[in-house]
Design a protein around this ligand. Structure first.
Ligand code: SF4
Ligand code: SF4
Length: 366
């Protein structure tokens, strides 16, 4: 049982921004089997958003979870995403489409998505904070919160303005813990100050902390047989105000690895924590492009540039790994074809300067 939300089982959630894929489509058989395994493993929390996997996540959840399991057997979180509404009048129809896409009559948690200083005005002007409370009063939402991507100061201001928010979803992992841009630690402390439980997203930083270079991996030796992904999850589980840790799992093997790490009770010890921070220091020294591969930027790009794949090429090359830039751009736009419209930067939750990073990418590979 989750001590903060008794209907939630455990502190491990199935993040449905990344799912097993068969080409461009979700591999529904694989996802259904993972869903069953997850529920059988004693957990029940699923997280999605309308835009995840080019709008295929919600319908995959309907096919593999909500149409196959009784409503009381799972907890489903969805989000109100700022790129899907322009006016107050757009919000309720969007919400109803989300319920239909997921095949449910209510959401257990509904989060104002990717809140930041720049999004705050839109959510306020469109009365989003009030509308989600109205939906809660109508029984269509059980709990209201927000997911957040900005500095601790901004978080403090929004939580002060909106004490009715019950929970905050934060990007939280050991690499971003003291990162001046992400501010995982400082944001966590703001949540503690406001008495808001934290849902962790990106605990493995888009898979980066699962696939460590040898020098960083060597630092994790004191954690025994734990995999790098398992170490990243257990780092997050060591913070008492964390009520949920979401992991995006692309295969049954990843799920088994995650389940086994999350079945270990208690926080990391002092020596284990020190080892994790040494691994962090090794990674931080590499100065990789901090793209998490969320793909929010991809659908709106008029030049069809596979932005996260190209940044992965840059990062892999810096680590001395084999890279095929040609394969990454096959049938898609090249970095040099960026028309600098800036749409990707408006939506990137990591606030990356994508245009200048693509110019650097083109310089390296083209
Ligand atoms: S700035 Fe470049 S990469 Fe970004 S959306 Fe526009 S064309 Fe695509
Ligand atoms: S560039 Fe930004 S929006 Fe695009 S995949 Fe990376 S983190 Fe996500």
């Amino acid at each position: 049982m989750n001590t903060l939300f008794p209907e939630v089982k455990g502190r491990f959630g199935f993040g449905c921004m990344r799912l097993p894929m068969a080409g461009e489509e979700v591999d529904l058989d694989h996802f259904a089997a993972m869903t069953d395994r997850f529920l059988a493993g004693g957990f029940n929390y699923f997280d999605t958003a309308h835009g995840y996997i080019s709008e295929k996540s919600e319908t995959a959840i309907r096919a593999c979870l909500t149409s196959r399991h009784p409503r009381e057997s799972y907890i489903l979180t969805d989000k109100l995403s700022g790129n899907y509404f322009e006016t107050q009048a757009d919000i309720r129809p969007l919400f109803e489409r989300q319920l239909a896409a997921c095949g449910v009559e209510y959401f257990d948690f509904y989060l104002l998505h990717a809140m930041s200083a720049s999004r705050y005005g839109q959510y306020t002007d469109c009365r989003a904070f009030q509308i989600v409370q109205e939906l809660k009063a109508e029984g269509k939402i059980r709990h209201v919160g927000m997911s957040f991507h900005d500095t601790a100061d901004v978080l403090d201001r929004i939580l002060t303005d909106h004490p009715e928010l019950e929970v905050v979803q934060l990007q939280f992992n050991y690499l971003d813990f003291d990162d001046p841009r992400v501010q995982s630690r400082a944001c966590y402390e703001v949540c503690v100050k406001h008495n808001k439980p934290v849902i962790v997203m990106e605990p493995v930083k888009g898979g980066k902390l699962a696939d460590l270079p040898p020098a960083a991996r060597a630092e994790l030796e004191p954690l025994g047989g734990l995999s790098p992904a398992g170490a990243a999850l257990r780092f997050c589980a060591s913070f008492p105000n964390v009520c949920m840790i979401l992991s995006g799992m692309g295969s049954m093997d990843m799920m088994e690895d995650n389940l086994s790490a999350m079945s270990i009770p208690g926080p990391l010890g002092e020596e284990e924590m020190a080892a994790v921070f040494r691994a962090r220091d090794v990674l931080a020294a590499q100065k990789a492009i901090p793209c998490t591969g969320c793909r929010y930027c991809v659908d709106g790009c008029p030049a069809s540039i596979p932005i996260p794949e190209l940044f992965a090429c840059v990062n892999d090359r810096a680590q001395g790994r084999a890279v095929s830039y040609q394969a990454a751009v096959e049938g898609r736009g090249r970095a040099s074809q960026c028309v600098k419209c800036g749409k990707c930067e408006e939506i990137c939750p990591q606030h990356l300067e994508i245009r200048s990073l693509l110019a650097r990418t083109a310089q390296i590979f083209e």
